[in-house]
Design a binder for this molecule. Sequence first.
Ligand SMILES: *Cc1c(COP(=O)(O)O)cnc(C)c1O
Length: 481
Amino acid sequence: MRAFPAGRDEPVTQYISTRGGMSPLGFCDILLGGLAPDGGLVVPERYPSIDAATLQAWRDLDYPTLAFELLRRFADDIPHADLRRLAAASYRAEVFGSPEVTPLRQLDHGLYLLGLSHGPTLAFKDIAMQLLGQLFEYVLERRQQFLNILGATSGDTGSSAEHAMLGKERVRVFMLSPDIGMSPFQRAQMYALQAPNVFNVAVRGVFDDCQDLVKAVSEDAQFKARYRIGAVNSINWARIAAQVVYYFKAWLALGAKPGQPVSFAVPTGNFGNVCAGHVARQMGLPIHRLIVATNENDVLHQFFRTGVYRPRLGHQVQRTSSPSMDISKASNFERLVFDLVGRDPQRLSALWRELGQRGEIDLGASGEVAAVETFGFVSGSSSHADRLRVIRQARGDWGLLLDPHTADGIKVALEERQPGEQVICLETALPAKFEATIREALGETPPRPPGYADLESRPQRYDLLEADVDALKAYIAGRAG
Ligand SMILES: *Cc1c(COP(=O)(O)O)cnc(C)c1O
């Protein structure tokens, strides 16, 4: 049973592993880690619950205060005054372009767009990452520790992490990116950063080479401990918790009546964003359906359709015009499966062993896939032609420029929505990040937000490394904090 500390009326949130091999830990203890020690994902022992009266009382809260109210239920080992300050520092109008932080806009009858891409790198990942930057600094300061973050990126995650960790004295960021393949805009977003705690490493090779290097370094336990190597990848629980906030914010901004269900359409890759929607629903937010949109890499759509989860091999992943959704496996998906199997770690572990051996699992055969419907999930996928069509349609019908990922979501939302259903589509990036596709769809270049006009012509700072583990280790050893 969980403890109720003196003077508190709510139980403490403890974290466990989906595979059952980790004794319960508090939020600050899981914050800096990646996978649980048993290879599973970290999840709260149970989801905090928000009743209808509490939700009503939150009607007029601004974004930072709402974030605090939700986060304190996940991070109850941080004193309230501190958490309030961290939320306020993360969600400032100057950083996200407006006091709303995530503005909601109506597109059509029953159709809305939630703007999540007004942070420093113009993609929704900034919302979680900005908070992570504040939380990391806070916990490291409290513990008098330093952290060297090592990551690999093919675009959005790396730049978002670097911008969030800028100037954080106890954090250094070593971000590997392929020397070919990123758009000039994406390269410049990282390489033009002049912060002394950020190290851009261009690796001669492709994204998989970068990822293999990170894996090799992380598997060297001695090196990892000596240089305090950490990660900010998409399985980090704090990122999911931060993303829960805007589902609540959107429901409140819509002015929904008490208990009125609303659906969300979510462009999906690693299943982080929509996993936060699932958590919000489990916490009691009235969500009717979670509409999962994939692109041609439709591993998840196939699962929701058939109950079979079959990750792709690296070479089977297609390069598409919504590249941030080009995934081989969906790293957060294990969290959903944990809930689908009734939060039984033994069953989950058996399934993942089977996945390792056979390359697929079938929850249709066992009947466990039925819970997918109870949880409100539906799915669809889109092609390059679909995205171009939706980008044109949005321009014509709503006078709106969409990025190709958001277009994936709206395509599936339009296809799946039912009469009378209110659907909020999540905007995951601004079109300025993906100029080539917008030009192909509309024959025009999307405008850039102020401050980004000369991005590619700014001086760039990076080091070029061969795809060699020892070279990378030497590089880190010479620069680690
Ligand atoms: C990361 C990303 C996605 C996919 O989000 P997940 O949380 O991995 O499902 C979609 N669109 C954009 C623009 C992204 O950067």
